[in-house]
Design a protein around this ligand. Structure first.
Ligand code: MN
Length: 474
């Protein structure tokens, strides 16, 4: 997997000096305890670091500036242990340029009827302190997340964990660089978009390269490296020669491995973490990149076919969010419209992510009736079963819009002997008819990211962080 820095989240709790030093010490102790136990829960993908009790506008402003400046910090988690007059938070919160999670919780999860007194009430004012604080975030339109509930509950810890992954993906989104080998497939509309706006809003850099630059890199790959990759392939996957003679099979696979290494070198040199291809633009390449693209996707690179840079960048973001688990580039391929069987069969010409495989992928070589190139090697496998989400991003000129729904994923009912590609079946939870209808009415395209590892709420949170329009079909 392409690496992601080991981020941390800074945690502060709000209070004020009205209650005296003794109370402030208790506030700090309780907040430290929450941070320690959240870290010890084993649920959080990134560490929470308790920084301080925030009592003044100057202190809060200084803290937020430090958050912005420190590359190690992915975001801020706040909690109001006591009442914390929210005018103190205005300047600092306005300056904050990273994701903000307001943890609306209380140190104890019960009301201690027998012992409760005014000292307890002075110290434990989250019930109204968190509302005062939430008001100012709403008024400042911070697009922050609020997680509500007892911090010791597994459910609340899971919510924090999922948000951390989104917040890290947001930080990393501003580092996503897409290399486009070839432009958009001719005349296709939905894969187009405003790259300048995408960079402003999501931080995605999208650069075009003529195919000749890539071919040069592919031709420079040495045989010994291809040998090594071939051995690695044999150790991971099933090598299925099929109707090909041994030499043709091996040659076809080696061509893909050479492309894999060539594209990888090219991306590494330029600092790219995602790429697109276009089967109309392959001059000097022997095969369309099939297995080559699949291995790069496996390694954590975002990918979009036919020049689809939006899905390539979204794919990279979602791979960061999911820790590169069960998250795949997809295309709505063909439909089962029979009553009781309603489903979409998802696939692509070749470039399907093996992270969703439920069986051991097979390396196969077959002809491809498009593109006019030699028979490409590809990984063939069956997708998985379970709850998943499917999302896409379209550009409507005035704004990007994320469209998505939850799906029930399953395996195809039967083999497709004459369609040797990786396949995944799914049905929108809203129903095929209602789901597909709403998707099309919202203007969602055919290229999507399917994930078993992420939730729709996480994608909504990401869309909120980057101020993108949303059409989530429930
Ligand atoms: Mn396509």
């Amino acid at each position: 997997m392409l690496s992601v820095p080991d981020y941390e989240f800074w945690f502060v709790t709000g209070s004020q000096h009205l209650y005296g030093e003794e109370q402030l010490k208790s506030v700090a102790k309780d907040a430290q305890d929450i941070a320690d136990k959240l870290n010890a829960s084993g649920k959080l993908p990134y560490k929470v670091v308790f920084k301080d009790v925030m009592t003044t506008a100057d202190g809060i402003t200084k803290f937020m500036k430090e958050v912005n400046y420190n590359d190690k910090v992915a975001g801020v988690i706040t909690w109001m242990h006591t009442f914390s007059p929210a005018k103190n938070w205005i300047r600092g919160t306005e300056l904050l340029q990273k994701p903000l999670l307001h943890l609306a919780t209380q140190y104890l999860n019960n009301i201690p009827y027998d012992t409760i007194d005014f000292d307890y009430m002075n110290l434990n004012q989250s019930a109204h302190g968190d509302r005062e604080y939430a008001y100012i975030n709403a008024r400042l339109q911070k697009n922050n997340k609020i997680v509500y509930g007892y911090w010791g509950d597994a459910e609340v810890q899971d919510e924090i964990a999922r948000w951390e992954d989104v917040a890290v993906a947001y930080n990393e989104s501003f580092k996503v660089k897409v290399a486009r080998f070839g432009d958009t497939m001719r005349n296709v509309a939905v894969t187009e978009g405003d790259k300048v706006q995408a960079q402003i809003q999501m931080g995605w850099t999208v650069d075009y390269y003529g195919i000749g630059d890539l071919v040069k890199e592919i031709n420079a790959v040495n045989d010994a490296d291809v040998d090594k990759e071939y051995a690695d392939l044999e150790s991971r996957y099933e090598m299925v020669q099929g109707d090909n003679d041994a030499e043709t099979y091996k040659h076809s696979v080696r061509v893909q491995l050479q492309q894999y290494l060539g594209i990888k070198h090219f991306l590494e040199k330029g600092g790219y973490t995602a790429f697109t291809t276009n089967f109309e633009d392959l001059y000097g390449m022997e095969q369309l990149p099939g297995l080559a693209a699949q291995l790069l996707i496996r390694d954590g690179y975002g990918f979009g076919a036919e020049g689809d840079w939006k899905t390539a960048a979204l794919g990279r973001v979602m791979k960061i969010m999911s820790h590169n688990k069960q998250t795949a580039f997809m295309e709505d391929y063909t439909l089962d419209l029979r009553k009781g069987h309603e489903a979409i069969l998802g696939s692509h010409m070749l470039e399907v992510d093996p992270s969703i495989a439920s069986d051991k992928p097979r390396v196969e070589v077959h002809p491809l009736d498009i593109g006019g190139k030699a028979d490409p090697a590809r990984l063939v496998f069956t997708g998985s079963e379970g709850d998943a989400i499917d999302v896409t991003v379209s550009d409507f000129r005035d704004d990007f819009k994320m469209i998505g729904y939850e799906v029930a994923a399953h395996k195809p009912e039967a083999e497709t002997p004459n369609l040797p590609v990786a396949k995944q079946l799914w049905t929108p939870k809203a129903g095929l008819k209602n789901g597909a209808l709403a998707w099309m009415q919202a203007g969602g395209g055919h290229h999507t990211m399917l994930s078993f590892a992420l939730t729709l709420e996480q994608m909504e949170d990401f869309a909120t962080m980057v101020n993108m329009n949303k059409a989530f079909i429930k």
